[in-house]
Ligand binder design. Sequence first.
Ligand code: NAD
Ligand code: GLY
Length: 363
Amino acid sequence: MPTVQVPLGNRSYEIQVGNRLIASLGERCRRLKIGTRCAVITDANVGAKYGEAAVKSLKIAGFTPTLITLDAGENTKSLATVQKCYDLLAAHRIERKSFIVALGGGVIGDLAGFVAATYLRGIAFVQVPTTLLAQVDSSVGGKVGVNLKAGKNLVGAFHQPRLVLCDLDTLSTLPDREYRSGLGEVVKYGIIHDASLFQKLEKQMDAVLSRQAATMSAIVARCCAIKAEIVAKDETDNGPRALLNFGHTIGHAIENSIGYGKLLHGEAIAIGHVAAAHLSARRLGLGAEDVGRIRTVLQRSGLPVTLKMPGDKRDRLFAAMRLDKKVQAGEIHFVLAEAIGRTVFGQRVPDAEVNWALDQIKE
Ligand code: NAD
Ligand code: GLY
């Protein structure tokens, strides 16, 4: 079974990638030598499929779990839900040595991780990501948090999990659109850090789309290893961790300006990848052929690569980009590729060129 280490001193942990891992969740948690009481936080969709198996496994291993099932969807990532979780944890007498299991996609991982980061000033948590996006991205690296009305992820913390279990079997029940959205992040890892991963996606897209177990095991593990390497260099996001945001400057602005939920995250960033590829060609000499390869691999993943953009939408996109965390002194910063597999962050791009890049992705 592939395992990936996230080397962060006394906050180091292992990512385990394999099949039937939920059935051995309890056994794997026992090796962490954490307390007996625990809470499994999940959403209604995931809980219905995997909640009972997770709780059963924990009980067999000698733990006393309680199951907290929340509504599915981005709205759950709120301070109101955090408050609800605190009350349920207190009712279950969760203690300093107790732990939380986040069983679900990125919404549950971010929310349950934030609850773990703050309840009793911080308790242990284990990530069991059940979407492709959560397996390759959100469950690794310790960014946890919730949304405010003013914007996404505005309240949060860095709180590393003690263990990440990527059970590939859970991908089999993921709706097709959610799965393809996760591929937007998978393609990103190829672009930012690994030309051979990118080539593998080009060659094995049929196996990827049919969720072939051996192919996906290797791909999920490779993406996690890349994220682990970057997080180990820059845990608190002051430098190279920005590389993980390739395609995200325009992608986030698309999500924000058209309204969250209309496009899934991976769909919005796929369009962002294409815009960033064009900018990379213009500013850093990325080959035209490579721009085409990026567009093609995203299209073959079933992801959008263009956007309808009437004038007012373009204005809103620009306004959203200006709110991006990467804006410094009014200039928008991008992650750009010198080649597929080699990227640089902190690239200042004048508005006129951002406008030109938007022309390239206009439907
Ligand atoms: P999600 O958690 O909302 O899951 C998507 C949908 O799939 C939900 O309806 C969920 O109930 C369902 N689902 C999950 N697993 C399933 C399974 N195995 N079978 C059937 N249905 C299943 O969405 P997501 O895309 O996983 O995560 C998005 C969130 O992740 C956003 O809030 C985003 O901000 C966050 N995120 C965080 C980081 C980070 O570093 N912390 C990185 C990227 C994204
Ligand atoms: N998903 C971006 C990060 O973890 O930094």
